[in-house]
Design a protein around this ligand. Sequence first.
Ligand code: GLY
Ligand code: MN
Length: 459
Amino acid sequence: MFNDTFISESLATALQQRRQKLAQLIDFPVILWAGGNVSRNFPANTFPFRASSHFLYFAGLPIENAAILLSNGKLELFADNPTPSNALWHGEMPSREDIAQQIGAEANFPLAELPSRALNAATIAVQDPLTYAQQCQILNRSISLKDQNIDLALAKAIISLRILHDAEAIAQLQTAANVTVNAHRAGMAATLTAKTEAEIRAVMEGAIAAENMTCAYQSIVTIQGEVLHNGQYHHPLKPGDLLLADVGAETALGWAADVTRTWPVSGKFSSTQRDIYDLVLAAHDACIAKIKPGVEYQDLHLLAATTIAEGLSHLGILRGNAEELVAADAHALFFPHGVGHLLGLDVHDLEDLGDLAGYAEGRTRSDRFGLNYLRLNRPLAAGMLVTIEPGFYQVPAILSDRERRLKYQNLVNWDRLAQFSDVRGIRIEDDVLVTATGSEVLTAQLPTQAEDIEKSVKI
Ligand code: GLY
Ligand code: MN
């Protein structure tokens, strides 16, 4: 089956430029597979198809079961034409020839021709197991990023391109950001009359679906903000609760947004909620203010950690000076994740390659409690899109852990902390493009100030 999304002239030009740039970086052929449909329980009932992001980056369209061969900047498409049965169940689809023309392929062949053209080609492993098995079979070898092989060289070349977004990508990312901003506004405006998390999720995802887009990841819409990737929506909303919504749209061509806001169900933060909200916002704003080419992303993470530690010390929750608290990882009791990640065709962009994109050459993850979940540790450069998403959480698994309580017994005022029991989890997340001179927040139209958030709920 083929996709009937239209490729604009400017996208066709951008795709060609991406392929030419790749050809300047490597001197071996490349085959990229789109991947296929994954079935749920019986073959005809499939999960929505999502093409491999590497395929999308160079081919532009999500073409199920297709592969492209890239060689010296030239593109060849391998796919089977739609069958009469495809037309019966899914409607008329463009032919392989039509698709090849749209994506700028110089030649096109049935899939059966691929094995004879696959000699010495590099690839990137796709996620769906059936296509992955085909990749290994057609290339007649395993796919690995561990050895200094052509797959690793290809991955590094693709990272160097995908990590710096071109104008066509930025336009798509801005579209995803705009729709996401509207989804969050709709979620806030629906809260006073909604009874459950599920209702708010429906409103937010509805705003995305109404633009014919999908969600870039499983939405988090929860009064249990301390569960970092909460996937449940059944809780009733009660005055006094904070609602944390981490919801992002994905355009039809696959580009993502990733935004979090936290708002009071009643439309008014309590004084304790407001204290913590303002300090998370201070960390968020401090990081964004520092973003420009050359800045180390890890330093932004440490800035967020220091800002949060300082705020918690002022509130009497932590004891001591911010730098010393961060050196002891005390901030991570309440801010246990990294301050953000790369964003692009995937919400955690390029993480199918492990830390190869997120960590600069020669760097590896720290085993420190306060740094271990940092997904990005490289200097920023113009064209990168990153999230900035500091948070504060009271995670029982962390705060009730005997060893941790013992280790941090003198640094935490547990009695004071108990006064903040109505703050389970707060996160504020925006999508920030690094520009030549500083940054541009693609999601800036969504308020962050506490009063503006309250107004948006009470609208
Ligand atoms: N939006 C979920 C995450 O960044 O992990
Ligand atoms: Mn995120």
